[in-house]
Design a protein around this ligand. Structure first.
Ligand code: FAD
Length: 306
């Protein structure tokens, strides 16, 4: 289905719509072909309409957070992407120590909100880019904590448009993994934090930011860690010990600062990144017998010539 046809199908849905948008502008890698139609729905009625129309016309649908953990292939994305960062981004205290955050809110907005209200529990998340929705799906975190530690409930819209509340116990979280129902869209979450001391919270956050600056190549475009750490080891250490630090395919390079980060030195294509991923997996497996598994989500289509 062409972008113009999609525009007609979705014309009754409120919210900004953009045709043939380059995904370079919506991913932290700054890589990727164009999506047929990108929609920024303003509320749950619009979202329900989008789901209904996608089901009716069998149009593929992808939910985008802030695009900090995805690689979009060079041929782009057929179908529709929804972004919740316009209508679903409120962060508020519901009562006492429960903070509710929209899935489209920035994780750093939530971190800043917790600090301002002297609520402790979100310190681990300081500096992790992305949205609250993306952080929940990825169970984002560090050795100092992860989303699973603070989540109480998550409201989702199922693929048939029903709004459901999932309690923490209904969701399985593990390292960079969650099992939200397939095709569902996360709307908002209630998190339980603890009353804390503003100065201590700030000090802890500054320490975590300092650690991050030392360990991560933050001046280059990337999607964070490309591979999950295998049990009991670190993907970065394995890549480094395979002699691959600084190795590159085109402008996609394994960072000298953190070998598990692929950085885009300027004009990397998804094809370059995918070839580099293949080489890393082969070399690490040959040297150690360990199969690395991607943490980043790879979506979209190849171009005609690859
Ligand atoms: C410099 C850098 C440092 C990083 N450091 C860390 C780190 O320390 N720890 C860590 O865990 N991660 C880290 N990351 C990775 C990334 O920031 C996290 O995984 C982040 O939580 C992804 O959020 P996002 O909004 O960008 O999600 P996206 O990349 O947009 O999407 C990720 C997945 O979530 C899904 N998704 C997003 N929103 C919704 C929704 N509302 N409903 C349904 N599905 C949804 C998408 O479909 C996709 O499958 C880093 C990335 C970068 C670039």
């Amino acid at each position: 289905m062409r972008s113009e046809e999609l525009k007609v199908i979705f014309e009754d849905v409120q919210g900004e719509k953009r045709l043939k948008e380059s995904m370079r502008n919506y991913t932290s890698f700054h890589i990727g072909g164009a999506v047929d139609l990108l929609i920024f729905p303003e509320g749950t009625d619009d979202l329900r309409k989008i789901l209904y129309l996608c089901n009716k016309y069998k149009i593929p649908l992808f939910v985008l957070g802030f695009g900090t953990n995805i690689l979009v292939k060079d041929g782009g994305i057929r179908g529709v992407i929804v972004s919740l960062d316009k209508g679903f981004s409120e962060v508020r205290v519901v009562e006492g120590e429960t903070v509710t955050a929209g899935a489209g809110a920035g994780l750093q907005t939530m971190v800043g909100f917790a600090l301002k209200n002297e609520l402790s529990g979100m310190e681990f998340a300081v500096g992790i880019p992305g949205s609250v929705g993306g952080a929940l799906v990825m169970n984002a975190g560090t050795e100092d904590g992860e989303m699973e530690d603070v989540v109480q409930e998550v409201r989702i819209m199922t693929s048939d448009g029903e709004i459901k509340t999932l309690k923490k116990g209904d969701i399985k979280f593990s390292y960079r993994y969650s099992n939200f129902p397939a095709g569902s869209i996360l709307l908002e979450t209630d998190t339980l934090l603890k009353k804390g001391n503003g100065k201590n919270i700030k000090r802890e956050m500054e320490l975590f930011i300092h650690k991050r600056r030392l360990k991560q190549p933050l001046s280059f475009n990337s999607a964070g860690s490309v591979f999950k750490n295998p049990p009991g080891d670190f993907a970065g250490r394995l890549i480094e010990s395979a002699g691959l630090k600084g190795f590159h395919v085109g402008d996609a390079m394994l960072s000298y600062v953190h070998a598990n980060f692929i950085i885009n030195r300027g004009n990397a294509t998804a094809r370059d990144v995918l070839r580099l991923i293949e080489i890393v997996k082969e070399k690490v497996f040959t040297k150690t017998g360990i199969s690395l598994e991607e943490e980043i989500k790879i979506i979209g289509e190849d171009t005609e010539n690859n």
